[in-house]
Design a binder for this molecule. Structure first.
Ligand SMILES: [Zn+2]
Length: 185
């Protein structure tokens, strides 16, 4: 009788230990999967063009050309470990050029663009260079980048005074990129 009790206890103990190990293993796998694989730095980010409001006087092919050029702003420092890729449909990111919904007549402020849950919306730009800059900034947000201090940086919140002829990452931008994408150097 004593022997039987001992056997049952051991079986119970074994069952609990095995369950804990199995749960820990599953949780670790899930954390690794979400932090490594699902992070936007770690797999190709596809994008497509959604709505272009006619007030912007820009064609879809002109917009795609600009987008394909500014991919390199983020890809180049990362080598081939990061890629933006244009696709016709089912993209991670949909780029829209839309009129702002802000109440301009009452002086309401609004951003030139924003990125939220895969929708990259541009509301205003002065010329194609300015559009490229705003798109590069919002692509940064699509990679989970936050704003940085340097007023010359692409990820500066105001994004006004970057004097370069083409969007280029500054030291602050690169630091944020390396931090978010877990690069070692
Ligand atoms: Zn921003």
């Amino acid at each position: 009788m004593n022997y039987l009790c001992y056997t049952i206890d051991m079986t119970y103990y074994y069952f609990i230990t095995r369950s804990i190990l199995l749960i820990s293993f599953t949780v670790s796998l899930y954390i690794a999967y979400t932090t490594v694989y699902l992070h936007p730095c770690q797999r190709p980010q596809t994008y497509t063009v959604g709505t272009i409001d006619s007030s912007f006087n820009i064609s879809q092919s002109e917009l795609v050309t600009i987008l394909q050029e500014i991919e390199y702003v983020w890809e180049q420092p990362m080598g081939r470990t990061l890629t933006f890729e244009y696709v016709e449909q089912d993209a991670d990111i949909t780029v829209n050029l839309l009129p702002t919904t802000a109440d301009i007549s009452n002086g309401q402020q609004y951003d030139k663009g924003d990125f939220y849950k895969g929708e990259l919306n541009i509301y205003e730009f002065e010329n194609k260079y300015d559009l490229a800059l705003v798109l590069a900034h919002e692509f940064g947000h699509a990679l989970d980048m936050d704003h940085v201090e340097d007023s010359q940086a692409i990820m500066h919140y105001l994004l006004q005074s970057n004097p370069r002829s083409y969007p280029e990452l500054t030291v602050d931008d690169l630091r944020e990129l390396k931090n978010k994408c877990r690069l070692l150097q």
